[in-house]
Write a protein that binds this ligand. Structure first.
Ligand SMILES: Cc1cc2nc3c(=O)[nH]c(=O)nc-3n(C[C@H](O)[C@H](O)[C@H](O)COP(=O)(O)O)c2cc1C
Length: 173
């Protein structure tokens, strides 16, 4: 599978089988995330892995879709903004950008291994931080369920803006 095939294969999966994700498979998915680039190589991320049923159910109070918290694994991609690089010109922190890249690597690594993910951003961050017992200074960029896609997760055709609409040559005018 070449990269474009993988990018095409990855899609948001919102139905999972109950089958567990073996530790060694999970380790490879996390390795994919760990390989992500980051500004100044600061790697300000931490990946919180949740397998415990009770904890996952509690995460459901932060994002209530059953497909999310009932998946065999839920991963929260967190960042420590204090560890991230800040652009001196305007003070913009790149920590969330780094977290997003790691999350994207994670979803692609998972797809490469036949696993499903779904980027979840619409969770209640305060509730989720409490459930995960996050220390001060740690922020959740995204969460995802991780598991083997159920049959009903069959792909809907996904649309993307045409390349000509997305690419600007030379000048925005
Ligand atoms: C930053 C971000 C936040 C997202 N948040 C959610 C979410 O909270 N719930 C959800 O079901 N999907 C969420 N998605 C998934 C998008 O809806 C999905 O990626 C998009 O519709 C394209 O579909 P595809 O992932 O199957 O290609 C999110 C995606 C991104 C990139």
């Amino acid at each position: 599978m070449d990269f474009l095939e993988l990018a095409e294969k990855r899609r948001s999966v919102r139905a999972y089988r109950e089958d567990d994700v073996p530790e060694e498979v999970l380790a490879k998915v996390l390795e994919g995330a760990r390989r992500a680039p980051s500004a100044c190589n600061r790697q300000p991320w931490r990946f919180v892995v949740v397998r415990d049923e009770a904890r996952k159910r509690l995460l459901g109070t932060a994002y209530s879709r059953e497909w999310f918290w009932k998946a065999p694994v839920v991963i929260a991609v967190c960042v420590l903004p204090a560890e991230g690089w800040v652009r001196p010109h305007d003070g913009k922190s790149y920590a969330w950008v780094d977290g997003a890249i790691a999350m994207d690597h994670l979803t692609l690594a998972a797809a490469d291994m036949g696993l499903g993910t779904c980027w979840v951003g619409a969770f209640d961050p305060e509730v989720a931080a409490k459930v995960l017992n996050l220390p001060d200074g740690v922020e959740i960029v995204a969460m995802t369920p991780l598991g083997y896609p159920a049959e009903e997760a069959a792909p809907r055709p996904r649309t993307r803006r045409a390349l000509a609409e997305s690419v600007i040559r030379e000048r925005w005018n």
